[in-house]
Design a binder for this molecule. Sequence first.
Ligand code: FPP
Length: 270
Amino acid sequence: MKSNSPKPKSEPVVPRHVAIVMDGNGRWATQRGLPRLLGHKEGVEALVRAVRAFAGRGVQILTVYAFSTENWSRPEPEVSGLMSLVPTAMKAHLNPMAAQGVRLRAVGDLSALSPKVRQAFAKMEEATAGNRRVTLNVAFNYGGRWDVAQACKRAMAAGVSPEHLDEHTLGRYMARADTPDPDLLIRTGGECRLSNFLLWQLAYAEMFFTERLWPEFDDDDVQQALAFYASRDRRFGSLPDHHRPAAEPERSSGMQQVAAGYGKPLVARG
Ligand code: FPP
């Protein structure tokens, strides 16, 4: 995904790209006395609804965390259940999603998956390659650290020398480097962490955390997340307008900037 260049002003009110950690499937099922896998199945239904709701509000790209590089450590029946959800979900939802103009793509280390799962992803990519209304990237066997490592490996294999390996160059080797960075991250399920999701690409994303469990995520939650985003003042490391001096004084040292009335010069927030 491309690194966003700093553009502190005139950000669109609707995020172009929303990334989602779909957490809480297991708890949703357990609370109902159901096996955890049914929570994941319900999670697929919530995802289908969310894609429709976000696309209807003008979001162009969604990237969802469906299986992390760490999820292999779950009990084997849950891992194989999540794996078999891929072809099952494709069967049930590929055609309706394709008809809505959804382009489906996988992101992650697919080489470790079974041929059946890989084929399901290949089929969904092929069947929806021409769609442009909204793109749904399904992160599967994905990890942010894996992504950085694979980018380094590919850059080295392409002969990029250490002196040429800057942020811009490495960014071109990240998975899905043709996609702009997410503007908004949503995590359901009450946890406030990234869990190794898109570590490089989320550098300047706004973050919305909600207690809602993913299978319950509905239209109101979509609305709340988008309202939260619209209320943010995105600065990309710059200063808000009211902290900018009318005429920029010559910059010399940090302390002189304090004296020159920069307001809160030690605020290093992005
Ligand atoms: C985290 O909830 C969720 C996952 C590890 C899997 C998410 C997968 C889906 C929503 C299905 C999508 C599948 C496809 C094929 C697109 P959790 O199990 O950690 O929940 P918990 O914290 O309540 O235990």
